[in-house]
Write a protein that binds this ligand. Structure first.
Ligand SMILES: [Zn+2]
Length: 192
């Protein structure tokens, strides 16, 4: 920590105390060159990152949207709310643990897919059909084969990496999925 007065890097901590709420540390420092004193505060940076969509637009990380995405995928599925809460908490923790200021929406989508795959295969396929913009019956068959395979390791690997399809190709908002459409009903003319 550089001295704000003489710019010397030689400073000494003479007092250190944790704030009452425990969320910051206040340190009294003394410059060993000019002997002036100053105070620094250390706080934890624990902010949810901005979500960056494929088109480059940014938005706040929205827990409610994340929950809505889960609830739509899990509509009328026999999955206890507690497990949904746990899955959302896991994703939130994983996102925080990245320590990044921004996260691509694709990465968030992969986390949702990972959790849904674990929770409920039907919900997983519902979500995947919207997120990956399924074009036909083949896409559903592929996804069904995928959930029936044991989860590959490491689990963070993109489930699509092997066949070169990029889940980011979707232009849909993955946290506002529409009702799953019948195969082939939407996206005519879209690239595969
Ligand atoms: Zn100084």
């Amino acid at each position: 920590m550089k001295c704000p007065f003489c710019k010397s890097f030689e400073t000494q901590v003479i007092d250190s105390r944790v704030s009452e709420d425990g969320e910051s540390i206040r340190r009294r420092r003394k410059c060993t060159s000019c002997t002036k004193r100053f105070t620094t505060y250390e706080t934890i940076e624990l902010r949810m990152p901005q979500v960056v969509k494929q088109d480059g637009t940014r938005s706040e990380f929205d827990l409610q949207k994340l929950r809505t995405g889960f609830m739509r995928a899990l509509h009328k599925r026999p999955v206890p709310t507690q497990l949904v809460d746990d899955a959302i908490a896991t994703i939130t923790q994983d996102v925080l643990a990245l320590g990044e200021r921004e996260i691509p929406s694709r990465r968030l989508g992969e986390m949702v897919m990972r959790e849904l795959k674990r929770l409920d295969q039907v919900a997983y396929i519902r979500f995947a059909s919207v997120y990956r913009s399924f074009q036909g019956v083949d896409d559903f068959q592929d996804a069904i084969k995928e959930v029936q395979r044991p989860t590959p390791k490491p689990p963070s690997k993109s489930p699509n990496a092997k066949d070169g399809k990029d889940p980011a190709d979707t232009s849909g908002d993955l946290f506002e999925p529409k009702e799953p459409s019948p195969p082939g009903a939407r996206g005519a003319g879209r690239d595969r």
